[in-house]
Design a protein around this ligand. Structure first.
Ligand code: SF4
Length: 482
């Protein structure tokens, strides 16, 4: 999962992209990059990339170099090789004069990589990642002149070959901005428009509505699955539906990943999380589950926990206090560092927990490591009973589309009943959202629920090979990520 933003037609394009990236920081904290173009011979592109948070990668001086009226930016969420600078985006092809950033994961990456590298036609020697693969594949299909028509043809050919999830934002050296989304719409992409002071339009493409709204873009619109868009440097916009297989956005955007101010599929993340809580509360009322207090696990579950407390008529209590300087454990790499981070980052207020029956609400339970540590903290604080509530249904299958869920045997819900999960986690009871409840809360009957149901929106025939190869790549600084 990564963050994408691109703008064209603005005076301070790089600075806008920087502010956009700041609003997409939660989508990737491993690195960031900005690519701009001045559209002048010899002055086409300016590129700066670095590892770490957006505010650490760019400084005031960066914007003296990152000149131009069009720019794209990327924040990286690494599933492997977090510190490898070669994997930072945007990627750039100087020959054709295009660059791009990608959010998603290509399931048949290794197959396509071998095909491209083996092809005399493309003369590709190395590929850094699946994002690099998309760029090289696109270039291989592009005619020498990059315009809307040629780009749409090339993207269409790419869509015939790529299997997986991809939202792409790209930049052409003449200042044109383009974007496209996979035929199942697994990863998000939005378009916004605003008017400059001279009355000319400026356009932006981005992963979340919050980033576009923050920059003053309005008339926000979701790019359709399989749709491509090209905005020429004079503001002329072309759009084309190239292919459409389904509408299967990732449910995890609403549940965990996206900012609460964002909206997907016309349902705001805030509203979806509140509804998830209400539905869970009704479920618990029917099951006659009783408790004294509702405690959210900060930060993502707070809205659902408020809804649960309100619906069940229970006090809502913030009794797990987060050390805000520790990164989200979900993004950390390696088992040991995860456990260590969880232990360090949450502190219980014991005197308020002691003797109480606690409903502890979390957004999801993946490996169970976080949950297990939290339960220990709450038990040590003297809780009489601990009921763990998950806003998300049981995650029991891998994600092949860019979320770093582990192999099935590391998933706590894989091949375990709810009672077995409860016993494993050391709680009195565990309550999960149902898939129907999730669909109802998100207002989407059509969703990707691959990691919940094992039913994926794309062919996953290459997935076993992909996982095996990715494991090998984890041990060396080259591979498929983001
Ligand atoms: S498998 Fe799960 S996490 Fe991955 S894209 Fe689908 S819903 Fe999202």
């Amino acid at each position: 999962m990564c963050g994408l933003i691109g703008v064209t037609g603005t005076v301070e394009s790089a600075y806008e992209v920087y502010l956009g990236l700041m609003n997409l920081q939660h989508r990737g904290q491993d690195g960031a990059g900005i690519l701009t173009t001045e559209s002048r011979p010899g002055k086409e592109f300016h590129l700066q990339k670095g590892t770490g948070l957006v505010e650490n990668v760019f400084s005031e001086r960066s914007f003296k170099n990152l000149r131009g009226h069009a720019a794209i930016g990327h924040t990286r969420y690494a599933t492997i090789s977090r510190n490898d600078p070669n994997l930072l985006q945007p990627f750039l092809d100087y020959r054709l004069g295009i660059g791009l950033g990608h959010n998603g994961q290509i399931v048949n990456f290794y197959e396509l990589r071998d095909k491209l590298i083996g092809s005399e036609k493309t003369a590709v020697k190395t590929l850094e990642s699946d994002s690099d693969l998309i760029l090289k594949l696109l270039c291989a299909h592009l005619a020498d002149t990059v315009n809307a028509e040629n780009l749409f043809k090339a993207v269409s050919l790419c869509m015939d070959e790529l299997i997986g999830s991809y939202a792409v934002v790209g930049l052409v050296k003449d200042g044109a901005l383009f974007g496209f989304r996979d035929p199942n719409g697994i990863r998000p992409l939005f378009l916004g428009r605003k008017e400059n002071s001279d009355g000319k339009p400026a356009y932006a493409l981005g992963s979340e509505t919050v980033a576009l709204s923050f920059l003053g873009y309005t008339a926000l619109e979701e790019i359709a699955p399989g749709e491509a868009i090209y905005i020429a440097s004079d503001g002329q916009m072309s759009r084309k539906q190239l292919r459409r297989d389904s509408y299967s956005p990732c449910m995890f955007e609403w549940v965990y990943f996206a900012r609460v101010e964002s909206e997907f599929g016309k349902t705001s993340v805030y509203r979806a999380r509140f509804k998830l809580g209400q539905i869970l509360a009704e479920q618990m009322k029917q099951q006659k589950i009783e408790a004294d207090i509702v405690i959210p696990v900060p930060e993502t579950s707070r809205i659902s926990a408020v809804a649960i407390a309100e619906t069940m008529g229970l006090p809502f209590r913030e009794l797990l206090i987060k050390n805000r300087y520790i990164q989200r454990t979900f993004i950390l790499e390696g088992q040991e560092s995860r456990l260590e981070a969880i232990r360090r980052k949450l502190f219980p207020i014991a005197e308020e927990i002691e003797g109480k029956r606690c409903l502890v609400v979390d957004d999801s339970i993946v490996r169970g490591n976080t949950a297990m540590q939290i339960v220990k903290l709450v038990r040590q604080a003297g809780a009489r009973e601990v009921i763990l509530v998950s806003s998300c249904p049981q995650i029991s299958s891998p994600c092949y589309y860019g979320i770093d869920f582990p192999s099935p045997d590391e998933l706590i819900a894989y091949n375990r009943s709810d009672d077995q999960i409860a016993s494993e986690l050391g709680v009195d009871r565990v309550v999960f959202q149902t898939i129907d409840g999730l669909k109802s809360a998100l207002g989407q009957l059509s969703l990707c629920t691959g990691c919940l149901s094992g039913q994926y929106p794309t062919d996953i025939g290459s997935a076993v090979e992909f996982e095996a190869n990715r494991q090998k790549d984890r041990e060396k600084p080259l591979g498929n990520r983001c």
